[in-house]
Design a protein around this ligand. Sequence first.
Ligand code: HEM
Length: 196
Amino acid sequence: MSKEQIINDIETKYQQLGENPETYLKGLLHAKPINYWDYVEADTLLSLQKPRTNFKDEEIFIMYHQVTELFLKMMVHEIKQLVYEPFNETIWLEKLDRLNRYTNMLIGSFDVMKYGMNYDDYNTFRSSLTPASGFQSVTFRLIEIYCTRLENLINEDGKTRLPNNPSTADFFEHIYWKDAGLNRKTGKKVTYTYTV
Ligand code: HEM
């Protein structure tokens, strides 16, 4: 594409937006070139590991959870496009491939947790982050809800508590993982970890 064509396209783009392209071209003239660490927010990202103990492996534990959260977000990113865009077989196959790749990476890399930390240190520093747990991962729950009907996230006990013609709110109230935090008989919260 020639330089003239690029500038033409920029002008057309902003004219179609009802904007004056010259303003944007001038802006380009003065804009600072973006660098890697500003673009990916490397400083912020690499400052997000805040261990609660002096155990060196606690930072591995934190970073691997953060890596997992980013992969789970990449999965939600793909699933949303499948859910909210019209069905297209080629696109679905491509995106299911991507979802499988991310899942395989998470499965394949879990050895980082299994063998990549000192067992005794882990069992010591783990108590310092109680009651936090991956159980509270919202991204994980989102993927569950995106990937199946709500009624499939209700266990046998939950099915006995559902009213007739349950609404979405009813299903959500009786979703399986809420059982971990709630005494369904007394309605009392059992532990802080699982309260939502
Ligand atoms: C040494 C590594 C790990 C151990 C020993 C571990 C242990 C556990 C345990 C015992 C539970 C049950 C709930 C609880 O008692 O808190 C749990 C749930 C969970 N953990 Fe981990 N975890 C580890 C790493 C991770 C990582 C890296 C993630 C990534 C985000 C993660 C995500 C989750 C999720 C989403 C649940 C809820 C699963 C469900 O409800 O089906 N865990 N984990």
